[in-house]
Write a protein that binds this ligand. Structure first.
Ligand SMILES: Cc1cc2nc3c(=O)[nH]c(=O)nc-3n(C[C@H](O)[C@H](O)[C@H](O)COP(=O)(O)OP(=O)(O)OC[C@H]3O[C@@H](n4cnc5c(N)ncnc54)[C@H](O)[C@@H]3O)c2cc1C
Length: 389
């Protein structure tokens, strides 16, 4: 009996290995990782704290996955946020909820999430091969090459990740292997990435360093708003960063790619207060203080717009002409085309003895725990539905 082999020891591959062994106890399960440890990228996630999921219903989760979220309906329904939370809590890795339903380990250590997965892998007797680079796959012979040696498999799960932060091991090998046996790899673009602007106030660093809680950032397509994101935002020396900018980057980059010209943005620094309320307020300074609107921004708007400065605070215009690129991106937009993968099983439609899970697929989610949720969910499903015929 040849083993079930999983390539890639990130969250999707680790969960796929756990699920494969849990559901197919009599089969040997081998997890192959090129790095010297499992979960190298995962240890860096959430600023070292790992935003492991978001406590919300599946319908809502899908809305936070702008690229091919609907593909995940079925898998999220069989293993979604509540299952992820239960999985870790049962293994004594307690989680806590923060703003925007984000779940983190109580310890605030991503390492604890990785250790919990590693412990489960050990308990289940999954064989782990570290420092083991898979350079090729032959789907006809059901064989892979690891460090120049052949290994037969019964079923292969490709969990090699996207192409962001390649120093952690995810450098796009999985895409190359999938392409080799007929899969389409959609265009790879950086996602969840800060936005660059050449506007004068950015150039002059007038507002550099100001950070905001829950402001509304809109991306415009011509005269229409394409998407409005309400979340935290940071004005930097190059443009915009923080969750609102990262989420907006998906829409801005699509427009930049399509139109090849700067994209218009606007910021509402007081989304909970209408312009009418602002104009009638007799205690504007208090209102600004209560809504964390810094004096530096108010002064800038007064200097720029004069009497219209309140309007400017509600509809602050700017543009972006680029993103900070793969070097600063959290995830990859693009990957194995989801039409070529069965959403109920994660099996390749080109070859039933191969499956995909995690970021190697053409799925990208907003920051906030949704990418790891997608990795765990697809990994769990891929592990159940291995082909043992
Ligand atoms: C700085 C940063 C912070 C992030 N924070 C969060 C967060 O808090 N919450 C969240 O939901 N998402 C977060 N993300 C995104 C999240 O980390 C990824 O979406 C997730 O790790 C993808 O999991 P994966 O298992 O598909 O791929 P990866 O985690 O990239 O793992 C793939 C693994 O495959 C191995 N591999 C690749 N090719 C081969 C090969 N040929 N042979 C053997 N092994 C191979 C790699 O070494 C790697 O270990 C963050 C990303 C970054 C960059």
């Amino acid at each position: 009996m040849n083993p079930i082999v999983i390539i890639g020891g990130g969250p999707s591959g680790m969960m796929a290995a756990i699920s494969a062994k849990m559901h197919h106890k009599n089969y040997e399960v081998i997890l192959v990782e090129r790095g010297k440890d499992l979960g190298t990228k995962m240890k860096l996630t959430g600023g070292g704290r790992c935003n492991v999921t978001a406590r919300m219903p599946v319908d809502e989760v899908v809305e936070y996955i702008p690229k091919n979220g609907r593909f995940l309906y079925s898998t999220l329904n069989s293993f979604g946020p509540n299952d992820i939370i239960e999985f870790f809590e049962k293994l004594n890795c307690k989680l806590k909820e923060e703003d925007h339903a984000r779940m983190f380990p109580v310890s605030n250590k991503a390492q604890d999430i990785v250790d919990t997965l590693k412990e489960k892998i050990k308990q289940l007797n999954v064989k782990v091969l570290l420092n083991s680079y898979v350079s090729d796959v032959n789907v006809e012979r059901k064989e892979i090459i690891i460090n120049d040696e052949y290994m037969k498999y019964q079923h292969l799960i490709i969990a090699t990740g996207g192409i962001t932060l390649p120093a952690t091991g995810s450098d796009g090998t999985g895409h190359r292997l999938a392409e080799k046996y007929g899969h389409t790899i959609t265009k790879l673009l950086p996602a969840e990435v800060p936005l660059v602007s050449n506007d004068q106030f950015i150039h002059d660093k007038t507002l550099q360093g100001l950070s905001f809680k829950d402001v509304s950032l809109s991306v415009w397509d011509g005269k229409k708003i394409k998407k409005t994101i309400t979340h935290d935002l940071l004005i930097t020396h190059f443009g915009l960063s923080g969750p609102a900018a990262l989420r907006a980057s998906f829409y801005a980059l699509n427009l930049l790619e399509e139109k090849n010209e700067p994209v218009k943005l606007s910021i509402d620094f007081l989304p909970k207060v209408s312009l009418g309320e602002l104009e009638q307020s007799k205690t504007l300074d208090d209102l600004f203080r209560d809504h964390n609107v810094p004096k530096r921004l108010v002064d800038f708007c007064k200097d720029t717009a004069g009497k219209e400065y309140l309007k400017m605070l509600k509809d602050f215009p700017m543009t972006t002409y680029a993103t900070r690129g793969f070097g600063a991106a959290f995830v990859t937009n693009g990957g194995v085309m989801v039409k070529e993968v069965d959403p109920k099983t994660m099996q390749s439609k080109m070859n039933p003895y191969v499956s995909f899970c995690g970021e190697v697929l053409d799925i990208n989610a907003f920051t906030g725990g949704f990418n790891i949720t997608s990795a765990f969910s697809t990994g769990f499903t891929a592990g159940i539905h291995v082909n043992l015929d």
